[in-house]
Design a protein around this ligand. Structure first.
Ligand code: FES
Length: 88
């Protein structure tokens, strides 16, 4: 199925790019921009973005790598520590 009509990108192209990027780097965060770049193309009108994103989300390799999970909780904890007043 054609997802991006401007660049003639199919759902198979998107899946292949995601699978290739995941195989090359297991910790990579895969974004639509990276998929476009992997395919040697760039977005034009952006009208396909909702369908492009939903196609990406259906790929099993789109999960956030285990090493990157929980970073938000770590950042939140770090921020809380920075706001604490030290009593000396
Ligand atoms: S339809 Fe994808 S950039 Fe225009």
């Amino acid at each position: 199925m054609i997802v991006c009509h401007c660049q003639n990108i199919t759902s198979q192209d998107i899946d292949a790019a995601i699978n290739w990027m995941r195989a090359a780097d297991g910790t990579a965060l895969i974004t639509p921009g990276k998929v476009y770049r992997a395919l040697g193309k760039s977005a034009d009108c952006g009208g396909c973005m909702p369908l492009f994103l939903s196609t990406m989300r259906k790929n099993d390799n789109m999960e956030v790598p285990m090493t990157l999970r929980g970073l938000r909780a770590g950042i939140t904890q770090e921020t809380q520590n920075e706001r604490r007043q030290e009593s000396n």
